[in-house]
Design a protein around this ligand. Structure first.
Ligand code: PHE
Length: 441
């Protein structure tokens, strides 16, 4: 896409935005966060945060991007000259870079698993999948090599400008992934003892209801909807005026919730039926997916296809992250784009190395009682994304006059007023309270 092309079709935009949103957040992070935070309560809070805070802010990002028609920093500078709103762009740059630094570590795990699946070393009776995962993440060379390869893949796609092609391909890759999840769900739910997993997901255990869970659920909603880093502002800057942003936002949020739940419905019944623990942490999906495939006929072949699809979903998000960093980093200096893409990618790769090593070599190194990987995750989802989202919410709510925002929303008065009250008061107060609690508490 050249700098000011527009999406030729509505579906093109939804695909790009949904592609950026749906990725490791829904498929990898959601199940493991739910698993370590009591399941049901986390899931409920995640859905509430998505609908009542995430969705209105997603609409705001679409609004700001479409009105600005530029990269985030220049969008804010032009729409609010002489005011400091453009700092949201810098927060976005830092947050997106940090997210990509550990995202690429997990992307690397997918490559490693794909390689193992291709050599059929992920199947076979009696394999201990937890041990297998552990072998992989504790091997420093493999972890770094895989992470680097994933970064290279992301970089080459962003640099070659074939993002559009990738998004078009995801038009059928994503539905295919969806069908796979349904298939896996059916297998998982029909295992003996699977109901326990469903109970874990849907019968609330209120002892987990506390501020920590709330912070994590809110962070998860932001992370998985790609909010607070200006990613959606960037995408919407290519959007034509005639599009209905509310509909697009509802679609993206709904798809994200559905895929998240589906990922949980595949993982948790199997966790309980096959006698694993839901509290495996970041390895949960990597441990459980091969375990479920083992229960399927032709599992070893299907597993290969699955990891290819998962890689695809992951890459459509990682290119969005790198794109944000590059777009903000170079601003108007578009002629330096190629060089900048390489430089940023290398910096992000280097920043990610400690995260890659934090499961093995550096596992004793803790910041605030967290491993490096967990700390970078917390710093982004728990702090930077909420701050970015808070500022975006205030910008859309107060900087725009009601006349402007109503025009942009093109929706019924009820929807408009609900949105306005949320972005002006409810979302900012909720985010602030949650943030303060998590930082001070
Ligand atoms: N939403 C993406 C995912 O869930 C991650 C992401 C965050 C992408 C922020 C872009 C911007 O995988």
């Amino acid at each position: 896409m050249s700098s000011r092309d527009h999406f030729t079709s509505r579906i093109g935009f939804i695909l790009a935005a949904a592609g950026s949103a749906i990725g490791l957040g829904a498929i990898w992070k959601f199940p493991y966060m739910a698993g370590t935070n009591g399941g049901s309560v986390f899931i409920l809070l995640f859905i509430l945060c998505t609908i009542f805070i995430g969705l209105p802010i997603l609409i705001s990002e679409f609004m700001i991007g479409r009105r600005g028609q530029r990269d985030p920093i220049n969008s804010f500078k032009e729409q609010a000259p002489g005011k400091p709103w453009y700092t949201v762009g810098w927060i976005g740059l830092i947050a997106a870079g940090l997210i990509l630094s550990f995202y690429s570590v997990v992307g690397g795990w997918i490559l490693s698993y794909l390689f193992r699946a291709l050599t059929f070393s992920l199947t076979g009776k009696g394999l201990n999948f937890a041990l297998l995962f552990n072998d992989l993440i504790t091997n420093p060379w493999e972890a770094i090599f895989a992470q680097g390869t994933f970064m290279l893949l992301t970089l080459l796609i962003v640099q070659a400008g074939i993002k559009g092609g990738i998004e078009v391909a995801s038009k059928w890759m994503m539905p295919l992934l969806f069908i796979f999840f349904i298939l896996l769900f059916i297998r998982s739910i029909t295992l003996d003892g699977a109901v326990e997993g469903i109970k874990f997901m849907f019968i609330p255990d209120w002892s987990y209801f506390n501020v920590d869970t709330l912070v994590l659920a809110l962070g998860q909603a932001f992370f998985s909807l790609s909010l607070g880093v200006c990613a959606m502002i960037t995408y919407a800057s290519y959007l034509a005026k005639s599009e209905k942003i509310v509909n697009s936002a509802v679609n993206v949020a709904a798809m994200n919730i559905i895929i998240s739940l589906l990922a949980g419905l595949v993982i948790f019944p199997a966790v309980f039926a096959l006698d694993y623990s839901p509290e495996q942490g970041p390895g949960l999906v990597f441990i459980m997916i091969p375990a479920v495939f083992e229960q399927l006929p032709m599992g070893s072949i299907l597993l290969i296809v699955f990891f290819i699809l998962l890689l695809f979903a992951t890459v459509t998000s990682s290119i969005a992250l790198l794109e944000v960093v590059v777009a903000i980093g170079i601003g108007n200096k578009t002629q330096t784009r190629k060089k900048a893409t390489w430089i940023f990618a290398i910096i992000i790769f280097v920043i990610g190395i400690p995260s890659a090593l934090s499961f093995g070599l550096l596992s004793d190194l803790k910041i605030l009682d967290k491993s490096i990987f967990d700390f970078v995750d917390y710093l982004t989802s728990g702090i930077l994304l909420p701050i970015g989202a808070l500022m975006i919410s205030l910008f859309a709510g107060f900087h725009y006059s009601k006349k402007i925002s109503r025009e942009e929303m093109q929706s019924s008065p009820f929807i408009y007023w609900t949105w306005l009250i949320i972005v002006r008061f409810i979302a900012p107060i909720a985010i602030l309270v949650i943030l303060l609690n998590s930082v001070l508490g």
